[in-house]
Design a protein around this ligand. Structure first.
Ligand code: SF4
Length: 432
């Protein structure tokens, strides 16, 4: 299979700058111009923000899309998706993540973050199929929360999340055993009723990790409720093991008063995660060595440049950004927070935003009274999300019309039961 070097007309216009050579950064590549079905068979997440990340050996691969979809242009795919959706009616609901490309999002019945979309699926208990235009862990979460007869479909199986893949269940089980060697039996509370460590996982993790957390008295969090969830965990344990995103864990715990020196990192490739036994005993939060390749790109220098070029600019970044970036910004918050902050601004304002480019561009289009731009001058999207090309969406929808379910994501019962417990703990956790 050859890679196309000409600009694919279906590629989001936001990426044309990469194609035109604006990208000098090693974490982006002009290969994004290639048809997405070309790079799915290569070992890697695909060109873009996560292209330098190591893909796990067992990551799903997508088979080749039929030629009718590979050869169709954007207008034809658009028309086929509309026709298939109309034929399916209420039998299928299409969900689109905030970071998804425009050519796909325009067909979504709901647009939101991963948890909002899983909840949107709950509003359609009679839909036979939930087509999730996001990444693998999101489809798993929708499967956990949807009815047993509903099929959750991920249009491209290779649309994983490099951050979620950084916490592998075998590595997490191994970490737990090592922590038990240092801290004693981990499932036994002390005289004050506190566990030695409470595991907390970000929504951006596999169902296997959510299941692990549920089996060990832990909980799931989102970027919107991380502080509430950490409070819940501190009320039940001496310390927290937080995965997979070190930055969300660090930023949230720091804002709650946990000193940085009491947040050792757990690198799964090193004995005791690279920390000493004393550091682990003294820890308030043990941070898993994971990160989002999109949000890791934002820097303090970019903020300084935005302030120099746009006096009075309001800088808002996502809490998956490094701690020094969050400290330098005016505000930090989830995608939902960012959207609401912009919507609530009554005066024309200049916003510099530190999150994924597709969302920033959509916000800029929705709020022309404001100047809204991405802090990162190189438009580098979430490459894993980008794999949901409209060709895949057209394919799974037309297959549904013909009575065939492709790319169904199922979580096995032995994982699903404890994973649901961890999700229910999150839903029940309330701010103090
Ligand atoms: S933006 Fe980051 S955390 Fe979200 S899906 Fe992409 S790689 Fe994963």
């Amino acid at each position: 299979m050859t890679l196309l070097r000409t600009i694919d007309p279906s590629v989001d216009h936001a990426l044309q700058a990469i194609v035109a050579g604006a990208s000098l950064d090693p974490t982006c590549s002009t290969d994004l111009a290639a048809g997405p079905w070309d790079f799915d068979v290569r070992p890697g997440y695909g060109p873009g923000s996560s292209m330098g990340d190591v893909i796990p050996v067992g990551a799903p691969r997508q088979g080749e899309l039929p030629a009718a979809y590979r050869e169709a242009d954007e207008d034809e795919l658009d028309a086929r998706i509309r026709a298939a959706k109309q034929a399916l009616g209420d039998r299928a609901v299409v969900l689109g993540h905030f970071y998804q490309r425009e050519e796909v999002v325009r067909h979504a019945d709901y647009v939101g973050d991963s948890f909002q979309l899983a909840n949107a699926a709950l509003e359609h208990p009679d839909a036979e199929a939930i087509v999730f235009c996001g990444v693998h862990f999101m489809a798993e979460t929708a499967d956990l929360l949807s009815g047993p007869d509903q099929a959750v479909i991920l249009p491209n199986l290779a649309a994983g999340c490099s951050m979620a893949d950084m916490a592998d269940i075998d590595q997490v089980e191994d970490c737990w055993e090592q922590l038990a060697d240092v801290l004693g039996p981990l499932d036994t509370p002390d005289a004050e009723g506190l566990l030695p460590v409470v595991p907390v996982t970000y929504m951006n993790s596999s169902a296997a990790i959510k299941g692990f957390v549920g089996r060990h008295g832990g909980i799931v969090c989102t970027s919107s409720n991380a502080a509430t969830v950490l409070e819940w965990a501190f009320a039940r344990g001496r310390r927290v093991l937080f995965f997979p995103d070190q930055h969300l864990g660090r930023n949230t715990a720091k804002a709650m008063g946990v000193p940085l020196e009491r947040m050792p990192m757990w690198n799964p490739r090193r004995p005791l995660g690279g920390s000493s036994a004393d550091e682990l005993r003294d820890a308030g939060v043990i941070l898993w060595h994971g990160f989002c390749s999109v949000h890791r790109r934002f820097t303090v220098d970019q903020i300084a440049q935005a302030r120099a070029e746009h006096p009075g600019v309001r800088v808002i970044v996502h809490p998956e950004c490094p701690v020094e970036v969050v400290d330098a910004a005016d505000e930090a918050g989830s995608t939902d927070y960012i959207r609401k902050a912009i919507a609530a601004a009554t005066e024309p304002t200049t916003f510099a935003i530190g999150t994924e480019i597709n969302l920033v561009r959509r916000l800029a289009a929705q709020h022309p009274q404001h100047e809204i731009f991405c802090l990162d001058p190189v438009v580098c999207p979430c490459s894993t999300m980008y794999r949901i090309h409209p060709g895949y969406l057209a394919w799974v929808l037309e297959e549904l019309v013909d009575g065939r379910v492709q790319n169904r994501i199922r979580v096995a019962d032995d994982v699903a039961l404890p994973a649901r417990v961890a999700l229910e703990q999150m839903l029940a956790a309330r701010p103090r």
